[in-house]
Design a protein around this ligand. Structure first.
Ligand code: AMP
Length: 216
């Protein structure tokens, strides 16, 4: 059995990370977040991290070639029958085309693309209130998903902080980047007949259940 993948597509704040976390707990997928991988590389001070940081702090996209390289490296180190849930990748048409070409070489299958759809005001409210654990990366929200103890991660007890790119000016740029570069992927995958749209402005359990249902 070869490699399989599904893509969670959506604006920043659409809930990709949260929903992927919920779904992989019920289904046999590996949560594959390029944003998390890059943040980890920055924390470790690797050459990739140093290169990526200058783009990320401004809310711009990291170059396509660098992204596809780190994604395929990670996949080639993984098991042959692995099933991946991509969160935040691909982000441009070029990344989608490169991914297709790499998947053809490996006889890997992209089975579904799920668009998490949310209105812009919900996205802004989610991103400004988001807090993430410095140690394990778990995501909370000061109103929507509050931790049991303010400022402390429920999962590992680590300190919660605001992502540097969740400041208002950077958020607006990230939304702009989404509309200019990532939204084109909706038409790309729709024409292939593998796109499903899910309303992600509802409570997370409902959205996660619908996404999990689409993967059966
Ligand atoms: P995320 O955690 O998915 O919101 O990603 C945070 C930041 O990491 C983005 O604003 C980009 O700067 C960078 N990034 C993550 N994934 C990608 C990708 N597939 N292509 C380019 N840049 C990315």
């Amino acid at each position: 059995m070869g490699i399989q993948a599904v893509i969670l597509l959506g604006a920043p704040g659409a809930g990709k990370g949260t929903i992927a976390d919920d779904v992989v707990r019920q289904a046999d997928y590996i949560h594959f977040s390029t944003g998390d991988m890059l943040r980890e590389a920055i924390k470790q001070g690797t050459p990739v991290g140093k290169q990526a940081e200058q783009y990320m702090t401004k809310g711009n996209l990291v170059p396509d070639k660098l992204i596809i390289e780190i994604v395929m490296q990670r996949i080639d180190r993984g098991a042959d029958g692995a099933k991946y849930m991509f969160d935040g990748f691909p982000r441009t048409l070029e990344q989608a085309r490169l991914l297709d070409a790499e998947f053809v070489k490996r006889k890997a299958v992209l089975s579904r693309v799920i668009l998490l759809d949310v209105p812009k005001d919900v996205v802004l409210q989610r991103l400004t209130g988001r807090r993430v654990c410095r140690n394990c990366g778990a995501s909370f929200h000061i109103h929507n998903i509050p931790p049991q103890k303010s400022g402390i991660c429920d999962r590992c007890g680590g300190p919660l902080e605001q992502r540097p790119d969740d400041m208002e000016a950077t958020i607006l740029n990230r939304l702009e980047v989404f509309h200019q570069q990532t939204a084109a992927l909706i038409a790309y995958y729709k024409s292939r007949g593998i796109l499903a749209r899910v309303d992600s402005s509802r409570p997370r359990e409902q959205t996660a259940a619908e996404v999990a249902g689409l993967l059966k």
